[in-house]
Design a protein around this ligand. Structure first.
Ligand SMILES: *Cc1c(COP(=O)(O)O)cnc(C)c1O
Length: 339
């Protein structure tokens, strides 16, 4: 299968299986797993923070962060289409009684900072207490650079608020901006990074922040059921991901750019004017083709994702140059026959 639905579909590399077999492990709930401890320190250092916490998923990482920043009746302000707001089952409200305030996000994937500032509430008993501003980079593959990230954290500081970054794919943003990850993350109060997206580990995310914040977040992780035992087996894969898979993301971006430029030439396919966003591309086809196109691709062993009317194609470690050619060929064949 050529699976272009997401970068979460990668299988562990042989280096990861070797690292798992060789990993030193212990009971991480007691803080005794050396591989987990090493991963937490490594990611904290990479992102310019003091401490880290390994969690099973990005969702639990973000949820632990928001619940550590905010109490019941507090408010966080967030881009309406961001993952925490839309794709984490309403966990912050359902489990924490924390109130989300949505603000618009522009075509570049970034929150309009003026609109966000307008939503910061004064201390008045009619309003929830604004505590936190939430950002996402990359969003739908769109990467923001250090200037925007600095403006975002400055806004929070000016108002005495905390700033959280959902940096599930922050390493893609760093590669796209040709900067250190730290340059995008060190100004935030907390940052979440996914190891199981383009970095290719089988599971896990790391939340980084100050040591006292991480100590408090560990209680939430335990309550949410994320206290794992010999999780060093997975953390060992995470270390391989951080040490050997970051520079490789440039190859995913190159293949995504190649894919979109070839698809743009096929009549019947609408691509976005900016082309690929890091490792993601979005295409539109006329309504009559949606189901038939997806079925045609599947028959040829190609899986594409997204929600009608838009399909999303994502490149990752298990997609090769030849896979891109096969995919372009299958699209061209469909539209030749359909046209
Ligand atoms: C995937 C993703 C998450 C959540 O990660 P899971 O491990 O799937 O829970 C959070 N934010 C963004 C932007 C993501 O892409």
């Amino acid at each position: 299968m050529i699976d272009l639905r997401s970068d979460t579909v990668t299988k562990p590399s042989s280096e990861m299986y070797k690292a798992m077999a060789a990993a030193e492990v212990g009971d991480d709930v007691y803080g005794d797993d050396p591989s987990v401890n090493e991963l937490e320190e490594t990611v904290a250092d990479l992102l310019g923070h003091e401490a880290g916490m390994y969690v099973p998923s990005g969702t639990q990482s973000n949820l632990s962060a928001v619940l550590t920043h905010c109490g019941r009746g507090d408010e966080y302000i967030i881009g309406a289409p961001y993952h925490i707001a839309r794709a984490e089952a309403g966990g912050t409200a359902a489990l924490g009684g924390v109130v989300p305030q949505h603000v618009p996000v522009g075509a570049d994937g970034a929150v309009d900072l003026d609109a966000m500032e307008d939503q910061i509430k004064p201390d008045d008993m009619h309003f929830p207490m604004t505590r936190l501003l939430c950002f996402e980079n990359t969003h739908n593959g769109k990467a923001k650079g250090p200037d925007y990230m600095n403006a975002a954290t400055s806004l929070a500081k000016r108002h005495g608020l905390a700033a959280h970054l959902d940096g599930a794919r922050i390493m893609n943003a760093a590669i796209a901006n040709d900067c250190a990850a730290k340059d995008l993350t060190s100004g935030f109060d907390s940052v979440s990074l996914c190891l199981s997206k383009g970095l290719g580990a089988p599971a896990g995310s790391v939340l980084v922040s100050s040591a006292p914040f991480i100590k408090a977040a560990r209680r939430w992780r335990k309550m949410l059921g994320g206290g794992m035992r010999q999780s060093g087996l997975y953390a060992a894969c995470g270390l391989v991901a951080i040490r050997s898979q970051v520079d490789r993301l440039a190859e995913d971006h190159r293949l995504a750019a190649r894919l979109v430029s070839e698809l743009a030439q096929i009549p019947g396919i609408e691509t976005e004017p900016e082309g690929a966003h890091t490792n993601m591309i979005f295409i539109q086809v006329a309504g009559e083709h949606r189901d038939a196109l997806q079925a045609h691709m599947k028959e040829r062993g190609i899986l594409i994702g997204g929600r009608a009317p838009t399909f999303r194609l994502v490149t990752h470690r298990d997609i090769s140059e030849a896979d891109v050619q096969t995919t372009v060929g299958a699209f061209a064949e469909y539209f030749r026959d359909a046209g």
